[in-house]
Design a protein. Structure first.
Length: 221
């Protein structure tokens, strides 16, 4: 890192940890973004059920799927017995297949995620930790899909709890907020609108390009 003018990282949490390792490094934040004209909402009336997506042979995603199915989804089903959990992604393992039931449905190796993000009532993402930024949440929020994630899942996105997403760390709290989103149209539509606007203002490629230009100008100066 000392050989470069700057090192860019996508979250302030990553920058903090990196500078603990090398206090002399010059670190700048350069977030990741998405195509907000591609990832955009359709009619809210078609939205239903719950979605989790990701590479389904990745350890972190397997852990999240197991947490949802074993610890969170049963609490939701107790109140809403007809709701479905859609698990969508590539390369599902035997552990993923073992989680399936009449209410837990797997769709693997889809050509694109956009239709799922446009038709889902809730994107559930009980992240347990790690570095970087959750690109799947940026795409979901840009598509107007209400999101529940954890404090670490919100790193680099910086959504305001209850305004642009729900930030919950405990299983019961996640389940209760999920039930509220699934049953409260006014709340769900507010989250949908606010989530998309937040991504347009903070993670569109126009915003990322401005950040990059500032870093380049700083190097040139």
């Amino acid at each position: 890192m000392n050989s470069f003018n700057f090192t860019t990282l996508v979250t302030k949490e990553d920058a903090y940890e990196m500078q603990k390792l090398n206090n002399n490094a010059k670190v700048r934040i350069l977030t990741n973004g998405t195509d907000t004209e591609y990832f955009k909402p359709k009619s809210f009336e078609i939205r239903k059920d719950i979605l989790f997506s990701g590479k389904l042979d990745l350890w972190a995603n397997i852990i999240m799927c197991k947490r949802i199915v074993n610890d969170i989804f049963p609490l939701i089903l107790a109140k809403l017995p007809n709701v479905k959990l859609n698990i969508v992604g590539a390369n599902p393992t035997n552990e993923i297949f073992s989680l399936l039931s009449k209410n837990v449905i797997l769709t693997s190796d889809v050509p694109e995620m956009l239709p799922f993000l446009q038709e889902t009532r809730l994107f559930l993402h009980p992240h347990l930790g790690g570095s970087g930024i959750q690109n799947k949440l940026i795409e979901a929020m840009s598509s107007g899909c209400p999101v529940i994630t954890t404090s670490t899942g919100n790193q680099g996105i910086n959504a305001t709890n209850g305004i642009e997403a729900f930030i919950c760390n405990e299983n019961l709290e996640i389940a209760m907020q999920a039930i509220e989103i699934l049953t409260n149209d006014e709340l769900a539509q507010k989250l949908s609108r606010n989530a998309r606007q937040h991504i347009i203002e903070n993670q569109s490629w126009d915003i990322v390009n401005v950040q990059l230009d500032r870093i380049i100008e700083e190097v040139i100066a």
